[in-house]
Design a protein around this ligand. Structure first.
Ligand code: HEM
Length: 532
């Protein structure tokens, strides 16, 4: 889950296209100009005056008045921030100012270790977000909540009750059943000689799987799974961006542009309320009727889990809703985008696809039914290497959002309290000082004699942070990986995949779109051919 603060630049420019917005902005902008010209900047180079008196702040590139470095943040912030850091030689730490908001960008494994391990507690909070405040009830979820007692309890609830290794394993049958449904759909397309929109198919597979884990077997009734997907698609762009008022607090006082964001967020929250309240009430009725201790394995979905510990944790209805929302937001977009990148990379390199198919085929017992079961995955080391390599080149949350709650010193630089921090895990995964042929897709590096055979994504190897590290590390790694491994093994075992007529692997466009989760821009259309 990511708070993509830097997509602000784009949104800000879009909002400014409305003529009324320009008029409304004139007065506060003038005030800002006066304020910043007089107080914040020295005449030369646009460095904050604070830096002149305290030259131990991390280094900054030259900035513009008012906008600061906002104009340097492009449509793919992880890429533009990496390029900016490289250009100025600020490979470890770089201090930017987006409007009035200072942001520390962390671009190397060494600096990431200082932030996420050495000073883990200092950076364990999240930046404030108006949208999260409204849509996530406070925020009372885990991903956006500020560091403190509430977050600690909520995280404990999720890690010790909802997403434990045991519970993820207990959802194995649900995963296998959902995979079987998808395989049947693809089989029909194969029989009809039709192409499949893989991006859409993988998206709805993960959506249904997460819905089933959260709501139980009835997740398809009344089209709830579809409604949920729609709601996530409508909410993600808002949650992904920083709001103008966070970059320009002075503007917020005039209440100009933030009102639009507030109204949109409140509308979305009402839609979420309707769905989540009906889900919780339905489960509550069943819970009371059956009795808490008598619930069968089928009832053992995550809403039941939250209800069963509600009193122990003293949760309000809103807090329960926020925690459930986290599972939807954190689980759905991430895993499906990751799968889409992986299939695209494999289609670009048929020899790697063949290697993976050979491993999967040799690991599935002869005479077994056509599905790969979770028990068959144990020895699939190449499958795991493919997934890791995909996450290295395409971390779907490329900027890890943190917030300093105290000041500290890193490499002789003073990092003040109250600073937004972005750890650029995309830049780190492609750092040529740590990765041989850093820009190439080479899964073999993660196995055998490969240079990264010892590297894993548990948060202790700072050159590879697809799930983050430290206190705020992803709480759903086991869940996410279990879904991704099973579907990928089945996709390549059961089918050969072809590109639409006339297209070659090299034609697949790997361009990205930035958001709460980074996705490939183009849909992946593939024609399945039945193998077994
Ligand atoms: C392949 C799939 C996934 C990827 C790549 C991924 C990645 C991430 C990343 C990078 C973070 C931020 C870490 C940081 O700030 O240092 C995160 C946070 C989080 N993830 Fe995941 N995630 C995935 C799947 C899931 C799933 C399936 C769930 C739950 C069902 C989940 C739940 C969470 C939660 C609750 C947080 C917030 C943790 C906190 O702030 O304390 N994630 N994830």
């Amino acid at each position: 889950m990511s708070i993509a603060m830097v997509s602000l630049a784009q949104r800000f420019m879009l909002e400014l296209k409305a003529p009324r917005a320009w008029l409304l902005l004139l007065v506060p902008l003038f005030l800002l100009l006066v304020r910043y010209s007089l107080s914040t900047f020295s005449a030369k180079g646009g460095r904050p005056r604070q830096q002149a008196s305290d030259n131990r702040l991390p280094p900054s590139p030259p900035a513009l008045p008012i906008l600061g470095h906002l104009h340097l943040v492009g449509s793919l912030p992880h890429v533009s921030l990496r390029n900016l850091a490289r250009k100025h030689g600020y490979d470890d730490l770089m201090l930017l100012r987006l409007g009035a908001m200072p942001v520390l960008v962390v671009s190397s494994p060494r600096a990431a270790e200082a932030v996420l391990r050495t000073h883990d507690l200092v950076f364990a909070s999240r930046p404030p977000s108006l949208v999260a405040e409204i849509v996530l009830y406070g925020p009372s979820d885990i991903g956006f909540a500020p560091y403190g007692e509430y977050w600690r309890q909520a995280r404990k609830l999720v890690t010790t009750h909802m997403l434990t290794v045991k519970r993820v394993q207990s959802l194995r049958h649900a995963r296998e059943e959902e995979v079987s449904t998808v395989m049947a759909q693809i089989g029909e397309a194969a029989a009809a000689g039709a192409a499949v929109d893989m991006s859409d198919l993988l998206g709805s597979f993960i959506n249904d799987l997460v819905c089933r884990a959260v709501m139980g077997k009835s997740f398809r009734s009344q089209g709830r799974n579809k409604l949920l997907r729609e709601l996530i698609e409508d909410t993600s762009p808002l949650l992904a961006g920083f709001n103008v008022e966070e970059c320009f607090p002075l503007l917020a006082r005039f209440g100009v542009l933030s009102k639009v964001v507030r109204v949109k967020s409140e509308r979305l929250r009402r839609r979420w309320d309707e769905l989540l309240d009906s889900l919780i009430e339905g489960h509550q009725r069943k819970y009371v009727a059956v009795g808490a201790s008598d619930s069968s394995e089928d009832d053992d979905d995550l809403i039941h889990v939250v209800l069963s510990v509600r009193q122990e944790y003293g949760l309000t209805r809103e807090q329960m809703k926020a925690i459930l929302l986290d599972v939807f937001f954190a689980g759905i977009g991430t895993a499906s985008s990751m799968l889409d990148f992986t299939m695209a990379e494999l289609m670009r390199r048929p020899h790697l696809m063949e290697k993976l198919q050979a491993e999967v085929n040799s690991s599935v017992p002869e005479g077994a039914d056509e599905l790969v079961r979770e028990a068959d995955l144990t020895d699939m080391t190449y499958l795991r290497a493919v997934i890791k390599e995909s996450l290295r080149l395409h971390p779907v949350e490329p900027l890890l959002p943190h917030f300093s709650i105290a000041s500290c010193s890193i490499d002789g630089h003073t990092v003040p309290a109250g600073l937004q921090v972005l750890v650029n895990s995309w830049a780190i995964g492609r750092d040529a000082r740590y990765w041989e042929h850093a820009e190439e897709f080479i899964p073999g590096r993660f196995i055998g004699d490969g240079g990264a055979a010892h590297v894993n994504f548990k948060g202790s190897d700072f050159q590879f942070l697809p799930f983050g590290s430290g206190r705020r590390m992803c709480a759903g790694v086991n869940f996410g990986i279990a879904c991704v491994e099973l579907i990928l093994a089945n996709l390549v075992h059961r089918f050969d995949w072809e590109l639409p007529e006339g297209k070659k692997g090299g034609d697949i466009d790997m361009s990205e779109v930035f958001g709460l989760v980074v996705k490939r821009k183009e849909k992946l259309l593939l024609a399945p051919k039945l193998r077994v």
